[in-house]
Design a protein around this ligand. Sequence first.
Ligand SMILES: NC(=O)c1ccc[n+]([C@@H]2O[C@H](COP(=O)([O-])OP(=O)(O)OC[C@H]3O[C@@H](n4cnc5c(N)ncnc54)[C@H](O)[C@@H]3O)[C@@H](O)[C@H]2O)c1
Length: 265
Amino acid sequence: MKTLLVTGAAGLVGTALRPLLREHYRLRLVDLQAIALQEGEETMAGDLCDSAFVQKAVAGVDAVLHLACVHGPAARFESTLGPNYQATLQLLEASHRHGVQRFVFASSHHVLGQYPADAAEFFDSLPPAPDSYYGMSKVFGEAACASYALRGGPAALVIRIGNADAQVGDARRLRIWVSIRDLAQLIRIGLEHPEVVNEIVYGVSESPRPFFANLRARELGYRPQDNAADFLASGYLDHDAMDPKTSGRDHVGGAYAAASLASVL
Ligand SMILES: NC(=O)c1ccc[n+]([C@@H]2O[C@H](COP(=O)([O-])OP(=O)(O)OC[C@H]3O[C@@H](n4cnc5c(N)ncnc54)[C@H](O)[C@@H]3O)[C@@H](O)[C@H]2O)c1
């Protein structure tokens, strides 16, 4: 069984993914704090901004799933520098040196979040327009993955995740929601598909009016099992019920696009 390093494993997505990934990989779980283990897992607590720790975390693994980051519409630029820029670069460099074969990077739809929702039918191929310092840091992470992928590895699959909450909260998220089993399917494509060298796909399930066509994912064999319309939360807000000022209902990135950048400098 291959060993997969999962960063940010204590977070929302990492915690939900673990049972699905354990079926296929030995997991090395990294986060700022130690994690209670299941069979087939090991854990290393530490800060990915520490390059010596990153070297130890990467040694002996076959592949990396990089989830760790700071996020949020109010995340200051300075707060992203260590966890989102430096840590990502250190992980890629250590993966390169240790001969790690595959790197799956959790990016975000927020790299396109500043686009108005009516700017395109599908947003897949538009140039980045991040809606936040967080979104900007994901653009950097994607670029760094591409550099390493074309400089001898690791081969990289970037997944621009939509929204991975357990249920769909509102009309905007209906267009970008992903179930955990669909996200796990994409991650497996990133870790196993022979054609993956330097790819970007969208981490979204089926939905009635998607922002992303996700054609490359489908070419790589992605067949989503779930439809966002079947997972509406009990307090689901349709478009008209969303606050027109603060919800960012008319932008791809929602509240991130509505928040002021200058106010968090
Ligand atoms: N949850 C979503 O809907 C969603 C949507 C789009 C993209 N994503 C991306 O998916 C990934 C996981 O998201 P999440 O919702 O689980 O986030 P989360 O905040 O729940 O988890 C992130 C984890 O990273 C860890 N971490 C942060 N800095 C670290 C450091 N320096 N060293 C070690 N660990 C560190 C945190 O402790 C936390 O446990 C993120 O990269 C996020 O950008 C998530």
